[in-house]
Design a protein around this ligand. Sequence first.
Ligand code: SAM
Length: 316
Amino acid sequence: MFSYRHAFHAGNHADVLKHTTLIAMMKYLTQKDTALTVIDTHAGAGLYRLDGDYTETSGEALEGVLKLIAPLAPPAPDAKPRKPAPPEVLAPALQDYLNVLKALNPQFAQTGEAAHLKIYPGSPFIEQQFLSGRDKLKLFELHPTDFKSLAGNIEQLGVGRQVTVSREDGFEVLKTFLPPPARRAMVFCDPSYEIKSDYARVSACMADAVKRFATGTYVVWYPIIPRPEAHDLPRKLKTLAVKAGRSWLNASLTVKSSKLTTDTAGEVIRPGLPASGMFVINPPHTLKADLQLALPQMVAKLGQDRHASFGLEHGG
Ligand code: SAM
């Protein structure tokens, strides 16, 4: 069984990129009159406590969402000017992200203080917040504990059959939902990549999905780490989109160097996840402009060293 639990990582810098992008897409896609089917192939537990054991132990939210909402520490008197310049006002996409957090954390909504941000929404709760009555959300999660948490969290929403939760392999089931009844769908594929074969499964699953339903919006999160499969994944997705004649967008956020370092005792220190990306096939036409404003601010707020940067490419 898998050891990955998203609770250890909830609210980290990858979640900031992932969920800001997801919100920008959901906001646009749910404005149309025709029903949208949202399929989340790797849903996680749905909600996470930022003051819970897992999240507090890892402390990853401290370098992610909690840093985003904290005021920037003043630069040292002799420091060089920050590049990019720190944000005065958050970009609309980041404000939308904070509004989603505020909807779940009333005290945080009132005070804006990090200490009051206690509940962090995973992708299912983000997607659900944007659905209108005609839309459907289909969630898949394999881990028995996370599946149970997800099912319980969703049940509490009392939304009936609009949101379904299944303990099935998200890669396998996707094909059975494409094309969707009203021919509008967004698929979010967010594996943990703890098994090397996840990379190949993502490419194969997306290739099959685009063949079955070419006009769907497909969103893949991927880690940027020194591993050939990880390096190849966005390239493979780009090739797939280009060959299928579909538009695409690739956004990435790097917060620190990926180099191994050593401590004073000569022990090797692994940097943890330094960067990640979101690859979108058939992105909303508004997404590029949304991210163009938000990404430099993510770098300014979350960057940990001089390697902090962002990427934003698109085509088709
Ligand atoms: N999408 C979630 C979010 O943004 O809040 C986080 C998902 S987490 C990165 C990946 C999840 O996929 C884990 O909870 C893991 O148990 C689950 N998982 C792994 N392989 C799976 C598969 N083949 N099908 C469905 N879920 C899977």
